[in-house]
Structure formats: C-alpha cells, structure tokens
Design a protein around this ligand. Sequence first.
Ligand SMILES: *[C@@H]1O[C@H](CO)[C@@H](O)[C@H](O)[C@H]1NC(C)=O
Ligand SMILES: *[C@@H]1O[C@H](CO)[C@@H](O)[C@H](O)[C@H]1NC(C)=O
Ligand SMILES: *[C@@H]1O[C@H](CO)[C@@H](O)[C@H](O)[C@H]1NC(C)=O
Ligand SMILES: *[C@@H]1O[C@H](CO)[C@@H](O)[C@H](O)[C@H]1NC(C)=O
Length: 436
Amino acid sequence: MASSLRNYLLFAVCLMLLSPSSIAQQSFRPKALVIPVTKDAATRQYLTQIKQRTPQKPINLVVDLGGQFLWVDCDQDYVSSTYKSVRCGSAMCSLAKSDGCGECFAAPKPGCNKNYCGLTPDNTVIGMATSGELATDVVSVNSTNGSNPGREVTIPHFAFTCGATFLLKGLANGVVGMAGLGRTRIALPSQFASAFSFHRKFAVCLSSSKGVVVFGDGPYKLLPDVQFTSQSLTQTPLLTNPVSTASAYSLGDPSYEYFIGASSILIDEKPVSLNSTLLSIDNEGKGGTKISTVDPYTVLESSIFKAVTQAFIKEAAAKNIKRVAGVAPFDVCFSRENVPSTRLGAGVPTISLVLQNKNVVWRIFGANSMVQVSDDVLCLGFVDGGSKPTTSIVIGGHQLEDNLLQFDLASSRLGFSSLLYGSRTTCANFNFTSIA
Ligand SMILES: *[C@@H]1O[C@H](CO)[C@@H](O)[C@H](O)[C@H]1NC(C)=O
Ligand SMILES: *[C@@H]1O[C@H](CO)[C@@H](O)[C@H](O)[C@H]1NC(C)=O
Ligand SMILES: *[C@@H]1O[C@H](CO)[C@@H](O)[C@H](O)[C@H]1NC(C)=O
Ligand SMILES: *[C@@H]1O[C@H](CO)[C@@H](O)[C@H](O)[C@H]1NC(C)=O
C-alpha cells in the first residue's frame, strides 16, 4: 500500500516534470517586473499593490524610494500558511543587516516568534520606527517585457519585516505598509534582481494618476512609442551618505537613501548665490541632496529656500508675472493671468540643479515647479525645511512626476529623462494591458 502510493506519487511527479506547461513555467525567467503606482489624493502618497501570502492577497503599500525593505502590519489580518519567521543568526538575517535578536513570549504568530531576526520598520512619512521581526512569505508580481505587463511570477521566500498597526499612522487609507526601494540587499529592487538574476536596476515613473515602477533593465516603453534605455538618459553618480537618515538606527549605519550631487542652482540660467557647504554631505551625514517619494514637494533648507524663491520672484517679475498672497504650505504664489501655457507646463522661470559639472543639469520646468491651487493662482511647489534639516535639498514627488528615473545599484548611478512632455509622453502612458 505505502509503496504503491509512493510509486504513484513518483509517477505523478514525473508527469508534472514532463508536461510542457510545467517546463515552460520553470524555465520562464522574467527580465523585468512591473508594479503600478497610483497617487492618493488625500495624502499625496504614491501607492502600489503587490500580492502576498497563501492564500494570495493583494496588499496596498506606500512607495518609499529610500525605504530599507518591505514592511507590513502583521498585527491585523495577517493570515498565511507560508509565513516563516527568520531565525536570528541565519544567512538571511545577516544579509538584512539585522539590529539584533528578538524574543516574543506570547503564542507564536506572524510578528511574534522565538529568537527572531530583528529589524526596524520605519514609517518615513511621520518619522516613526519600531522593532519588528524579519520574515519571509510568498510574493507575486507581474513580469514585463518593458512595454506591457506579462505573466505573474512568484517569489516563494520574499523577505519583509513585520510592523505594527500603530505604525500605519499617517499613511493613506487601505494601506498595510511601505514598499522600500532603498539601497539594501533586501529592498525590493535587490530581492527581485537576485530572485530572477536580472540587473540591479529599476525605473521609477511617477504620475498624478497612474505611474509605474519597473524592476530590471530597459528598454522601458511608453505610449505612443517612446523608448528609454540607460544610454538615452542623462547620468549622474549616486552618492553615499555615511550616516543613516532613518527615523531610528544603530551607530555606524549608513543611509540607504538615494543622494545626488547638486553643485549649484540656476534660475533661468542665472546662478543663485548659496552657502555651498550645505550642498555637500558632511561627516555627520548632514547636508546634500536626496530624492524622496514620501515628501510631496521639494523641501529646501531655509537659506537655500530664501535665495531660490527670491531669485525666482525676481525673474518672474521680469516676465510680468504678478505675485499674490501665499497659500499654505506654499509661500510663493502668482496670479495666472500673465503666465503663458507651454508644452512644458506654466511658462515660469526654469529652475536648474547643476550636478557633477555644468553640462549635467536637472531642469525643473513649470509642470514640475508649479502647483495650481485655484483657477487663478499658481504656487511654487517648494517648501521651507527650516534652518537645521538633516538634508539640505529633498527633491519631492511633485518635482519627480512625469520624469523617468533609472537607478542602477551596481554602478551607483541615476539616469534621468527630464520632463517627458518634451518627448511627447507622460508617466501615465505605460500600457497596462496584460499580454500574459
Ligand atoms: C497582473 O496584471 C493583471 C492584469 O493587469 C492584474 O489583474 C493582476 O492583479 C496583476 N498581478 C499582480 C500580482 O499584481
Ligand atoms: C512586448 O510584447 C508586446 C506584445 O507581444 C509587443 O508588442 C512589444 O513590442 C514587446 N515589447 C518589447 C520591448 O519587446
Ligand atoms: C554655511 O553652512 C554651514 C553649515 O550649516 C555653516 O556652518 C556656515 O556657517 C555657513 N556659512 C555661512 C557664510 O553662512
Ligand atoms: C496596449 O497593448 C495592447 C497589447 O499589446 C495592444 O493591443 C494595445 O493596442 C496597446 N494600446 C495602445 C493604446 O497602443
């Protein structure tokens, strides 16, 4: 009886191995993966959805470009037969650069196990972190050929950290955690790349409607027929900040966020006089320029904010653009009446971030600099970060929308497209029709 059952099972396994569909399944290795990114109107957070657990469940997450890993609330509604706590001292635990071992004395459940590998899930929107258990579970996302979503692929042991319900404070409704895309080995880009052996590169294209993140190398295609490769993007080095910028961290931890080297700022090609010390990262990790998807607008250190806005107001006045009262959170607003509409948005002075040399410039045109707050008022979408912020320039979501950014983790470079309107497309133009 036992042996005939075993033979039957062996036979069934052989059949499975031989069936063409299972062969195709096993040999299908995606070159890239795609996740959709929507913008939550109430919080201005960028949200995505992936599938996790067994049975599979779609979960909504806030996209955190500089976040260290995926974290989700395990206190509420975490039901899965494939959840596995990661042991302290395991290879996965050291890959994750754990903060230490944890113990949970209550009955074991997701987020509470003996001798677990401890990490610190961080709500970077409100700047609050807690300790949590590193775990793995099944995650599914769609593959892509760069143009459309393809078939769904599954990673059986995807690492993430268990947060808690209180850590969801300040996040959009319906969200259960944050999807960290930072420069760690367990953030989404590196885990996806190692699961399918593709390049440690990913592209972010945010939109005020539905944008996209593609993990893996390009070409990335947007409708009607615009193609982006590393070669077609302007390249700048990604810089390392030696000191963590997380809400809680251990001494010696570096920052896992994406910093670039802005060397000066121009308004309509005229240099703004700034304290250049603020533009570099000092040995305490202060200063410099980073890119963030959790700040809805660009945040500038006070003296930079004053210098940039004064220069902008002056150049706008020269164009006959009339200043009006500020509308919170913005100090600098204008009447729309003398502002022409251009292909690149409102016809206002161009703000340029000069990067590693004078030929590498990130230009911010009207579509990214201005926020329309009412029918007749446009505001400069930059906010004052006070006199002692950790980072001097934080390029926020509104300034990133409709710009394609490619992060190359292996060569530590950022490629950027500039405003896609110039190429007659937008980040809402990824073709989400599945070709699975
Ligand atoms: C993959 O794409 C299809 C069609 O757009 C969608 O229904 C499905 O939920 C996606 N799968 C995942 C894992 O996001
Ligand atoms: C992706 O597949 C679609 C449908 O087969 C095809 O039209 C498109 O050209 C492909 N894109 C790339 C970049 O290969
Ligand atoms: C420039 O900024 C640095 C760092 O905050 C500060 O120590 C220095 O005093 C500033 N210099 C001037 C001229 O304001
Ligand atoms: C989107 O892709 C699908 C599948 O390849 C294709 O049939 C459709 O025409 C594309 N949409 C547009 C607007 O080109």
